[in-house]
Design a protein around this ligand. Structure first.
Ligand code: 5AD
Ligand code: SF4
Length: 441
């Protein structure tokens, strides 16, 4: 095998995967490998994968079939959730695949490469337990304005449809001091915004009975770090969202007024079958409490349509609640049965056509809600963190504290700064504005 000089890494799925890819890339760069943007010139190809829905897995399988025809002398590896969910079969099914690296073995990447180079055998590291040492490894970030920090890995919830507890293992909260240290490291690198990541950030600290630091406490610690201007977090499970957290959002200057806490369905019957452990009444109570404590808060949700036995009435309840709550961001998915989950034992009895019809109907409602909201925002101002140019390098893009996407014309030197924008119009899901002249906001 030739010497290794370059690698290509492609990330599928969520922000946690994006972060894991940076952890892998940093280690490869530490052994003097250069990251390249195309598969052709790479000596190593890494697919960091997602298993959340069938479509996510199909995209990767398609790639693996492609490489089968034309592997050349490249090393090819699968990391992330598919390395976990298909650990028994992938290496057999794809003999040209060189390694599987699971979500709890990120620090093993270089050992794996060394073994492949010396033994020329397929390698597999797919532990289900939290990886020791990971909390003290800080990835180099490509984005110099904003990035994420993992604060809880794994998930203990076992929602009946979800494969994540199988692919990422049990919930483990990271030591608070190492989180603070990583946030300071990012501030020192010049980053302005951090997003705290976990499948359920609200349960931070609950797995450590001796720790007194829960999620709101962590926010208070991070809010003090000089240089960081904004703090976001996701995802919040409604069952664990507390009044203390709401007060922290209200009182802490840097914590943004946006909460992503997925409702999943508006029908109690479906929520029960999903094992979400809350009712719609409870969910609404939390939404109302949050809005009363943080009046300008925006709320994001995930919704699954077409769960087994979802009747027209069940969907109608989801639709009506969606309209009542008027979510500010929404990811809407068609139910996709996942192997070895509880729901995979139920009959997947909603046709794809009906799932798509329901999805489109909800999407249409969501777009109408956004339009109504954006229309009302015209003529007002919002503070944004300027993140980057768009592709043609003419328009700058940023987000408000409440997570609205805003574009405006401006100079490159504004990137990384907070700016006030007068909102003038909108197109699709983007607000359009111009820099406010008055700098004394
Ligand atoms: N089918 C469809 N959507 C799913 N999600 C999780 N599992 C499935 C599945 N089997 C959605 C949930 C979750 C989001 C990350 O993905 O809405 O909140
Ligand atoms: Fe999956 Fe539920 Fe855990 Fe979210 S909370 S990762 S939906 S099991």
């Amino acid at each position: 095998m030739k010497t290794l000089n370059t690698f290509y890494i492609r990330t599928y799925g969520c922000q946690m995967n994006e972060l894991d890819s940076e952890i892998i890339s940093t280690q490869l760069q530490m052994r003097e490998l250069k990251k390249v943007d195309d598969e052709e010139t790479a000596d190593i190809i890494i697919l960091n994968t997602c298993s959340i829905r069938d479509l996510s897995e199909k995209k990767v399988l398609g790639k693996l079939f492609e490489y089968k025809k034309d592997k050349k002398d490249k090393i090819i590896g699968v990391c992330g959730c598919m390395a976990m969910s298909q650990k028994e079969t992938l290496l057999k099914k794809f003999p040209h695949l060189d390694f599987l690296l699971g979500t709890n073995n990120l620090l093993d990447i270089n050992k794996i490469l060394d073994n492949i180079l010396s033994k020329k055998l397929q390698e597999k590291r797919v532990d289900l337990n939290y990886e020791i040492g990971l909390e003290n490894f800080f990835a180099k970030r490509e984005n110099k304005i904003k990035s994420s920090i993992s604060i809880v890995r794994g998930c203990n919830n076992f929602c009946s449809y979800c494969i994540v507890p199988q692919t990422r293992g049990k919930e483990v909260s990271r030591d608070s001091m190492s989180i603070v240290k990583e946030a300071k490291y990012l501030a020192n690198e010049g980053l302005k915004e951090i997003t705290l990541l976990g499948q359920n950030v609200n349960s931070y600290g609950l797995d450590k009975p001796n720790s007194k630091i829960l999620f709101p406490d962590l926010l208070y610690m991070l809010d003090k770090i000089d240089g960081i201007e904004r703090i976001r977090f996701m995802t919040s499970h409604p069952k664990d969202i507390t009044k203390d957290l709401m007060l922290a959002i209200r009182d802490l200057k840097k914590v943004c007024e946006f909460v992503h806490f997925p409702m999943q369905s508006g029908s109690n019957k479906i929520l029960k079958a999903m094992r979400r452990t809350y009712t719609i009444e409870y969910y609404l109570e939390k939404v109302n409490l949050l809005k009363s404590i943080v009046p300008n808060v925006t709320i994001g949700t995930d919704i699954i349509v077409g769960f087994p036995d979802e009747t027209d009435e069940d969907f109608d309840q989801t639709y009506k609640l969606f309209d009542k709550i008027k979510f500010d961001t929404a990811f809407i998915f068609a139910y996709s049965p996942r192997k070895n989950t509880l729901a995979s034992r139920y009959d997947d009895n909603i046709s794809n056509t009906l799932k798509q019809q329901r999805l489109q109907k909800l999407l249409k409602l969501f777009h109408k809600i956004l339009e109504d909201k954006y229309r009302k925002l015209i003529g007002t101002k919002k503070e944004i963190l300027v993140e980057r140019f768009n592709k043609d390098k003419k328009i700058l893009k940023g987000r408000s504290r409440e997570f609205e996407k805003i574009i405006f014309e401006g100079d490159e030197k504004l990137i990384g700064s907070l700016q006030m924008i007068d909102l003038e119009s909108f197109s699709h899901q983007t607000l359009i504005g111009r820099l406010t002249n008055n700098k004394n906001f």
